[in-house]
Write a protein that binds this ligand. Structure first.
Ligand code: PLP
Length: 370
């Protein structure tokens, strides 16, 4: 057998009452009932854990399923969490609206400010949530520095590694305890599955697993199987996406219609040294850029694109672009939008695996028509 099998059976037969008891209680086991685990999901979880240098991994139904299940697994009323001012929208909502409802306090600090993390620590700080790089500013968090501070205080560290993928960045190697992914993005890579995962030590994962039985954000076996197919080309895709994105970012930086390009691997990135250390100098596929003529120009620019698709998401084979002001404008208060570093004419683009010259030609024709 070359391609992995897909196990769709939700339940599995026991040989005896004793065997049944074992199946029902074995943490991270995959032969009892799909909410407890599934052989196809275990297989992709192991691949991701290996890529991240983690002891164990677990698949969940979505990136948000992985993030919320993991975070809720370690918190109780009265705990304090430190998170970043900028996160994926779902994580921001979890921190701002959701956790406070259950008596958990959250401090959100500027991610590039190491001292701000240290200053935010309280006696009841249980967990630090990180994400690097973040969108749309493409700002980085110094994972090694924050992990060191947290270890000294016995605080658990989590990092959403979706934007870098383990090809570019491995947070566990910098001392982070748990790595999270939206496998919907680079790991799956084809815009056709929704899944998430968490990887780390077996001990921490066993706790997440036991809580996940209640929260129920379990992975669908078919999505795990698609992720197994997608991840086989992860290395090739991420390297091509990074190379194309750098060329495109450099092209965009020279265009008179554009005032600013945000991309980690550009020489103009304010944390270029950290990009070289933590991301091996690779930028990934996502960038943001600002059209001088503002929002209306942004709308027109997207409409005029032919190869680049107007759609949310990132990390897949197709190049996608959006106007973040529209995407988040309807969901977050205006001061938060500004705090997120958004501008009206800002475009976020996730580069796929198309020919880079074709992409540049498409961007160029749309820019010329503005
Ligand atoms: C998309 C995304 C998520 C959420 O993942 P879903 O699979 O859509 O639930 C979380 N974090 C980051 C950085 C993302 O890009």
């Amino acid at each position: 057998m070359v391609a992995p099998p897909l196990f769709q059976s939700v339940t599995h037969t026991a040989d005896s009452a004793e065997d049944f008891a074992r199946m029902a209680s074995q943490p991270l086991d995959d032969d009892f009932y799909t909410r407890y685990g599934n052989p196809t999901s275990s297989r992709i979880a192991k691949v991701i854990a290996d890529l991240e240098g983690a002891e164990a991994g677990m698949m969940l139904g979505s990136g948000m399923g992985a993030i919320s299940t993991t975070i809720l697994s370690f918190l109780e009323k009265g705990d304090h969490v430190i998170a970043q001012k900028s996160h994926y929208i779902g994580t921001t909502k979890l921190m701002q609206d959701f956790l406070p409802r259950f008596g958990v306090e959250v401090s959100m600090v500027k991610q590039s400010d190491i001292a701000a993390f240290e200053a935010a620590i309280r006696p009841n700080t249980k967990l630090i949530m990180l994400e690097s790089p973040v969108n749309p500013s493409m700002e980085l968090t110094d994972l090694e520095a924050i992990a060191k501070i947290a270890k000294k205080e016995g605080i658990l560290t989590l990092c959403d590694n979706t934007f870098a993928s383990p090809i570019i960045q491995r947070p566990i190697e910098w001392g982070i305890d748990l790595v999270l992914h939206s496998a919907t993005k680079y790991l799956g890579g084809h815009h056709d599955l929704l899944a998430g995962c968490v990887a780390g030590s077996k001990k921490l994962l066993e706790n997440v697993w036991s809580q996940s039985l209640v929260l129920g954000a379990s992975a669908a076996p078919m999505n795990s199987w698609l992720a197994l197919r997608g991840i086989r080309t992860l290395d090739m895709r991420v390297k091509k996406q990074s190379a194309s994105a750098l060329r495109i970012a450099q092209f965009l930086e020279e265009q008179p219609e554009i005032s600013k390009v945000y991309y980690p691997a550009l020489g103009s990135h304010p944390q270029k040294e950290l990009v070289d250390k933590q991301m091996q100098g690779m930028g990934g596929g996502v960038m943001s850029f600002v059209l001088k003529k503002g929002y209306e120009a942004g709308v027109k620019f997207l409409d005029q694109l032919e190869l680049v698709l107007h759609a949310a998401s990132l990390g897949g084979i197709d190049t996608l672009a959006i106007l973040p002001a529209v995407m988040w404008g309807g969901r977050l208060p205006e001061e938060v939008i500004r705090e997120q570093g958004l501008e009206p004419g800002m475009i976020r683009m996730a580069v796929g695996i198309e020919d880079a010259d074709d992409l540049i030609a498409d961007l160029s024709q749309s820019l010329r028509q503005l």
